[in-house]
Structure formats: C-alpha cells, structure tokens
Write a protein that binds this ligand. Sequence first.
Ligand code: FRU
Length: 528
Amino acid sequence: DSNDQPYRTAYHFQPPKNWINDPNGPMRYGGLYHLFYQYNPQAAVWGNIVWGHSVSKDLVNWTTLDPAIFPSQPSDIKGCWSGSTTLLPGNKPAILYTGIDSMGHQVQNLAKPKNLSDPFLKEWVKFPQNPLMAATSDNNIESDFRDPTTAWLGQDGHWRVLVGSKRRTRGMALLYRSKDFVNWVQAKHPLYSTKDSGMWECPDFFPVLKNGQLGVDTSVNGDHVRHVLKASMKSQDYYMIGSYNAAKDVFLPDKGFDEFVSRYDYGKYYASKSFFDDGKKRRVLFGWVDESSIEADDIKKGWSGIIGIPRAMWVHDSGKQLVQWPVVEIEELRTNPVNLPPQVLKGGQLLQINGVTATQADVEISFEVSKLIEAEVLDNWTDPKILCSQKGSSIKSELGPFGLLVFASEGLQEFTSVFFRIFKYQNKNLVLLCSDQSRSSLNKNNDLTTYGAFVDVEPLHEKLSLRTLIDHSVVESFGGEGRACITARVYPTLAINDKAQLYAFNNGTSDVNITRLSAWSMKKAQIN
Ligand code: FRU
C-alpha cells in the first residue's frame, strides 16, 4: 500500500514488480495496444532479460500477460534484448529482436504470433532459422550489434531495417534489406553514422508529416513527409530531422541536424520507441524512465524502472523540432479540477495550489511577462543543464525563476522546482526551462542532478506554458506546449502521501502574470 510504497506510480506504467528497461515492439493490433519491455522476472536489477508483455485498450489502463519472448533457442539463450514489431501484409505482426546467443554474441531473431486470432497474441513462435542476422567478421561488432527497428517497405517492395552498432567510436545505424523478411542482406553503407557518438542503442526511424499533428505509417515516404532518425547513446535519446531518399537509401539531415544535439527529453528518458497508431492516426512514443535511487533502495522497494506517459509526437510548424504531448486519453484520469483565476504572481511570491492530491496530479500553468527589457544578459552560450544547476530556484534574476514547486514539504525542507528563466542572448530572448532536483529529498544517496533545456518560444508574443505530470516519484514536464520535455525521478522523505504540497512560485524580482492555472488530481490507472 501507499505507506510502504510511497514512490510507486499510480498512472505511469510499470509491471507488478521487478526490473524493466526499454519499451519494445509497441503496436496496435485488432484495436488493442501491445507493449513489450525488457524485463527481469527474478529481481529489481538488470538481468535474465525477457520480453514482458502488457496490453491496453486506451494506453492508460494495462493488463500484464506472461512474458512473450524468453530464452529458448541457441540464438537467444543468454537473453532476449530489445527489438521492434512490424506489421506485415495482411496485418500480421512480426517481431525482430536481439538475441544473445550461446557464444555471447548479439544476433537478430524473428518471432511471429502462434495464433493470430488470439487478441492478446500471448504466444510467439520463433523462427527455426534464427538468427537471421549475425555480425560479419570484418566489422568487429558482435558485441555492438543490436536493437532492430520497425522495418519499412522501400519503393522496390523490399523490406529495410536498421540495427544499432558502432565501429570503434563511431556510432551508426546499419541497414539491412530483405525480400521476404527472412533472408536479410546488409547494405554496403550504414543509413547514417556520427563520429565519437559511441554505440547507437535502440535506433528508431520513421516519417512525420510536414504539416499537422497526425502520424503516418513507417513505410510512408514522399514530399509531404520528413524523416526522423533517433538513437540512444550516452544515456540520452537524440534525434535528427531530415529527408530519406528511398531510391538511394540515403538519409540526409536538415541544416542544423547533422550532429545529434536535439533530444526527446532533457531529463531521464532513454531507449524510447515510437509506433504508428492506426486508430487515432498518430505517432506515439514510449520511453524508459530509470530510477534515480541507489540499487539497494530499488531492491528494497522490489521494483525499478517505469515507462513515461505515452506521447503523441509530430513536427513543429517551424519544421525545426519535434513536439511531444501526453496522449489525450490520459486526461480521462483527471478529477477534481482546480482553476485559479488569472492573477499577478509578485516577485518573491509563493502561491499554494490547494485542493489537488499533490502526489498524483496534472498541472497546467501559463505565464506572461512584460518587462523583457530587464532580462538578464547571457554573454556566452552555456549548456542549459549547467545553467540550471548554477542558477537554481533560489537564485533571483529579474525575470525568473518562476514556475512550480512540486513534492514540497511543509516548511520546504524538500521540494522539486520546475521553472522558467528568461535571458537576453545576442539581443534575443532566450527561455530556459529547468527541473531542479537538488532539494527533492533529504536522502542524498539519490541522484539529485538538475536538468535544463532551452524552449524555442518567443516570450514577447507567446505565453510561457508548462504542464507537469506528478506521480509519486515522477515529475514529467512539458514546456512550451511540448517543445521541451524534462522527466525527473524524485524520492522525497517528508513530502510523501498527504504531506506533499504544490505551489506556484516567482523568485524573480519582477512580477509575472499567471494567465492560466488548472490542476487536477489524477485517478489511479488500472495497471496490472
Ligand atoms: C538499452 C539496451 C539495449 C539492449 C537492452 C538490453 O537500454 O542496452 O541496447 O538491447 O538495453 O536490456
């Protein structure tokens, strides 16, 4: 119960117990959403990896089934690692996943449902010819050869799939082609690679419409789409937007995207995977949100790892970045709305938001600033994360920090702050969004790192909006209507259960206007 498990999430997905990492093979089949995930059936630490399996009608409530894929063949006897599903013609799902074979090498395997008329697709049959892809001797990649993507069809009617890899320190997405989904031939050149990025884990490659918020199937290409290439490296999920020449199998990043700089999320978010939801015609993203606690604490609580709220994902009108927003279904959990009238939040003011369950809430707040002329000048471009650590929530400037204090204890011995700060940089306004965990817990064993991101909004013309999903040990924030996302894990010792409080604050010297403040308690989702 919540007294023994103050950090257990109420509406973020997690299995009943034990360890999870990457989301695997998400798809919609027969109107039901399937989510698989790297799962240790035996402990709250990484190991013994199988594909856990859960299904949902609405991406909110989940039923856990038995693991779908577990070691059983020489080609996966030492582990069933990450992979993806592809819907083959006739709407037949196929899973490509990485197996760790008896030699400890990484190889790619195929599995298909035993019975397509079972709506839960409980049983999966592995191909006897597995493995279908093995590392070739010339590229020394037998331990860096994993995580196949959802495959797509080229103009020639042949399948393509990417596999994450590296050569020395150069990270890359290897390209394979197949006529029949069984015999795969490696292309001469990787689809893309970047120097010194290290191993690319869990690549993802998919089209997005140039205009609008709808998604398209992974095989779609043409003038009306751009392509997104995402890879996980150095504990972070990076993406590029570009064009994919299907005739030549070449990916060309747009200007400004030739290195991996942009991230899905500037907090804790890794090994994410998207899929096309043909029900609501959108692209949906799942990501792994790891713990920030020490392993001994994970073992004590008996679980580790959650999945971020599924996010719809599309390209911003500017074409220069992706936008992510919690799927609308999550709003069905909202209850007991609290709407505060628009008001001035004075410099130095702390405004308590009463009437919501502060450990389990959804908060939307928008600010308007007027005295932009007074914004602090930033002389040199600085990494936003470093800027946020140097200028935490107690360091005053003219414009900011202002935002939310979540998981705040009475007397503020503990709190997590999510806030904006506005700078003037090269004569333009620069908006910084921070998630500051440094005071989140009196237990200093936790990772209390502060996260930060710049938000591409122009505060002269636009409101500064923030939506934060609060869930016992999760602070998942969406700034600028989804243009900058920051997810954090926190473990307060005092601000737990009914002791937690929620505030809006302004620690800047100038007043700011709150143009909107809506908060809801969130009902518990039915998970497991
Ligand atoms: C990413 C990852 C993948 C691998 C899996 C193993 O977190 O390391 O590259 O397939 O986890 O569990």
